[in-house]
Ligand binder design. Structure first.
Ligand code: DGY
Length: 312
């Protein structure tokens, strides 16, 4: 029996083509009335492909009574209702590891940009301000203190890069990570107080919501920088906007926001923050590797009943 796969949300065109060549795939986003379509055809689908951005909620899973597997594009799965998937016996995979280097590269890029004012200096030159003034002095990166919030696979890749900048590295996790020489700090506020740069690489979801609170930002202090390449929800965005505006912290580099693609307009007025449109894994090489893993997870599950990179 041929397996029908539901596509929830847009994917890279090359991945959509590859999926269409190999599977009986149906893009739900093309349906004018998705609910009516699912009511008529939901029981036909045994698989789903989605992405970390679009995810899959419990209601969608329940409208697909034959669903056995979800292969998701992206490492984060906070947009997928994992509790419901478990309860319904649906297997879920993500695309870990293949993006570690790419995201860590971007984290370091954001850190250097925020500290040295690269984007702000670029705007300064383009405006013609250099003709009449000197650009402000900035903050050195080499030999500074780096606090990593969430020392998982991406956090470790950031630490390896930061070691090249001779940075002193400490981290905060729920519990100490195994096989790590860097100093563990059980208190996030203590880590923020110690650090010159706080880089957030923790997973999103209810457990980390607003972990970076006003108190943590206050502890980071007027010379400290916050870098977020994880999820916007990990940071209390209203508190961050106020901290940047009032000089509670020195600056920030943000690839993620609480309500993407909406960015708090107050941030557009500030020169001490670098704003990126969630591009940390967005290179040709990494997106290809992520696409391959989405396909391979689906193939492996449908042929052998086994996911290569299971979440549950
Ligand atoms: C991920 O892989 O989770 C990235 O953040 C893309 O959404």
């Amino acid at each position: 029996m041929s397996q029908r796969i539901l596509q929830n949300g847009r994917l890279l065109p090359t991945l959509e083509d590859a999926l269409a060549r190999e599977f009986d795939i149906h893009p739900l986003w093309k349906e004018a009335d998705p609910a009516a379509f699912l009511a008529r055809h939901g029981a036909e689908f045994t698989g789903m492909v989605t992405s970390a951005v679009v995810g899959a909620d419990g209601a969608l899973m329940r409208s697909l009574p034959s669903l056995k597997v979800i292969s998701s594009f992206g490492v984060g799965y906070d947009s997928i209702d994992i509790d419901t998937a478990r309860a319904l016996g649906i297997h879920v995979s993500n695309t870990p590891d293949v993006l570690n280097d790419c995201v860590a590269d971007l984290a370091m890029g954001l850190l250097i940009d925020a500290a040295r004012g690269l984007s702000a200096a670029d705007r300064f030159v383009r405006r013609g301000d250099w003709l009449n003034a000197k650009f402000r002095l900035t903050t050195q990166v080499t030999k500074k203190r780096l606090g990593i919030v969430g020392l998982g696979r991406i956090g470790r890749a950031v630490a390896r890069r930061a070691a090249g900048f001779e940075m002193d590295i400490r981290y905060h996790n729920r519990r100490p990570a195994e096989g790590v020489a860097h100093e563990y700090m059980a208190s996030l506020e203590e880590l923020a107080r110690w650090a010159d740069f706080l880089v957030v690489t923790a997973a999103g979801g209810a457990g980390t919501r607003h972990l970076i609170s006003r108190e943590v930002l206050q502890a980071l202090g007027p010379d400290g920088f916050l870098i977020n390449v994880a999820r916007g929800t990990v940071v209390d965005e209203a508190a961050l906007v106020a901290a940047l505006r009032d000089g509670l912290i020195a600056g920030a580099g943000l690839d993620v926001f609480e309500k993407e693609p909406h960015v708090p307009p107050a941030l557009f007025e500030l020169d001490n923050v670098v704003l990126l449109p969630h591009i940390a894994s967005g290179t040709h090489e990494t997106r290809q590797a992520m696409s391959d893993l989405v396909l391979n997870n689906l193939r492996s599950y449908l042929r052998e009943g086994r996911l290569l990179t299971p979440v549950c």
